[in-house]
Ligand binder design. Structure first.
Ligand SMILES: Cc1cc2nc3c(=O)[nH]c(=O)nc-3n(C[C@H](O)[C@H](O)[C@H](O)COP(=O)(O)OP(=O)(O)OC[C@H]3O[C@@H](n4cnc5c(N)ncnc54)[C@H](O)[C@@H]3O)c2cc1C
Length: 407
């Protein structure tokens, strides 16, 4: 006998866990399957910056607006999944002053709060800043601990009736008469799941999963490296105020600073080369803002794969910066009960989930509003409980390995 559910969500990163939570809160019967532990994909291997939107402000107004909206929501609902540090955009002597002005003006226009600091004030905020700092402006960036965030979303989904299955890879998708009729799941499930609707939230692997259903979702995965070094109490996130490039963000943890990142296209999100120059360049470029990191002991290095949607990347000339997200309704491709959600950012996972759940509800004829924006996630006032959830879902990724379990 197959397992029956209203909606099968495939992928246990932030997006999939967010979709499961959203649908469960709307009263829908949901099953989520993840091939490995939760957060084992890109979500647990990201830089962990809760964007204020300032990074995108002058080039992508919509993306920046999404970020500031979600930044405020997550600070309200996600408690100890977030560390509210603030962030600086730092102009060094060699950086274009017009770029600084344009970004600051765009932030003000969008409603991202900014406060300009001269070089003395910036140095006071971060005493180790490079002497070449001309000026900076402060924005409401923060730090995300993705393992906790994904576990809290999955736990809320479960508290509202969802079944969450880590270590349950999808192995085949059965399609007949324009419908997904069954999904064969191995590992911990070892059965066929029959769902009224299937959501592909497999990120960089979305093309592979779609192909099992005979669908074409063209992804352009790109890799990036993060290097974590010993560094106590940095304070705010540091962003280099220049056109996005390698090594222009430093994310503060309590006793580490996470330097990154790079953007190199890969063919296979599971098997890809990694290069020493990416590590060296990330350290060198971040050290231009914060010189002591050049000699700080390296603690950890990890790589993540961006789930970029190829048609969007082609249009933007392959800069490797995920901007908006893409919700693909495969009814347009002849499969009526399946959608793929790709691109986007960790910061905007909740909004991606809301858009997906709206589409699913339309498809199922369910009339129920999204409730995820104003309801606190479970456990977020109790880091120990959050960390127990991370362990229960086997959801520890490298991004916040130094933080989770340390309380
Ligand atoms: C280097 C780097 C730095 C980044 N930094 C930031 C940042 O600082 N801030 C920010 O907002 N965003 C950042 N991002 C982007 C962000 O991390 C991603 O957009 C986001 O985490 C994607 O989440 P997701 O749930 O869509 O995908 P994922 O987290 O990858 O989840 C997809 C899941 O699907 C699973 N899966 C795949 N195939 C199957 C199958 N057949 N059966 C079952 N499960 C399957 C995978 O194992 C995976 O866990 C960064 C990305 C990279 C690469």
């Amino acid at each position: 006998m197959a397992i029956e559910t209203d909606v099968l969500v495939v992928g246990g990163g932030a997006t999939g866990a967010g979709v499961a939570r959203d649908l469960a809160l709307r009263g829908i019967d949901v099953t989520l399957v993840e091939r490995d532990g939760l957060t084992s994909g890109t979500s647990g291997r990201s830089h962990g910056l809760l964007h204020s939107g300032a990074r995108y402000a002058e080039a992508d107004r919509v993306g920046a607006e999404e970020c500031i909206t979600e930044n405020r929501i997550l600070k309200d609902i996600a408690g100890a999944c977030i560390r509210d540090t603030g962030g600086l955009f730092v102009q060094l002597a060699e950086d274009d002053p017009d770029y600084f002005e344009a970004k600051r003006a765009a932030c003000e226009d969008i409603g991202i709060p900014v406060e300009t600091l001269d070089s003395d004030a910036a140095q006071e905020r971060v005493p180790d800043l490079a002497a070449e700092v001309e000026r900076a402006f402060e924005v409401p960036d923060a730090v995300i601990y993705p393992s906790r965030l994904v576990a809290a979303n999955a736990a809320d989904a479960r508290e509202h009736g969802a079944d969450i299955h880590p270590h349950a890879p999808v192995e085949d998708v059965l399609v007949a008469d324009g419908q997904v009729t069954g999904v064969r799941v191995g590992g911990a499930v070892g059965d066929t799941i029959e769902a009224d609707y299937v959501v592909n939230a497999t990120g960089a692997w979305a093309g592979r999963f779609a192909a099992m259903a005979g669908l074409d979702v063209e992804m352009q995965p790109t890799r990036g490296v993060m290097v974590s070094v010993e560094y106590d109490d940095l304070g705010p996130v540091l962003n280099r105020c220049r056109d996005p490039d390698d090594g222009d963000i430093v994310v503060p943890h309590e006793r580490e600073a996470v330097l990154g990142t790079t953007s190199v296209p890969v063919r296979d999100p599971d098997e890809y080369e990694t290069e020493q120059w990416e590590i060296e360049e990330s350290i060198e470029e971040c050290a231009a803002m914060l010189p002591p990191v050049a000699d700080a002991p390296e603690v950890r290095t990890w790589w993540g794969i961006r789930p970029l949607y190829a048609p969007d990347e082609d249009e933007r000339g392959g800069r490797g910066i995920s901007r908006g997200f893409f919700l693909l309704d495969h009814a347009d491709d002849g499969v009526d009960n399946m959608a793929s959600i790709v691109g986007g950012k960790l910061t905007t996972y909740r909004q991606m989930a809301e858009a997906t759940a709206d589409l699913v509800c339309d498809g199922l004829g369910v009339d129920a509003d999204c409730r995820t924006a104003d309801r606190r996630l479970p456990g977020v006032d109790d880091p120990e409980r959050l960390d127990a959830l991370v362990a229960e879902f086997d959801g520890q990724g490298p991004t916040d390995e130094d933080v989770v379990g340390s309380v």
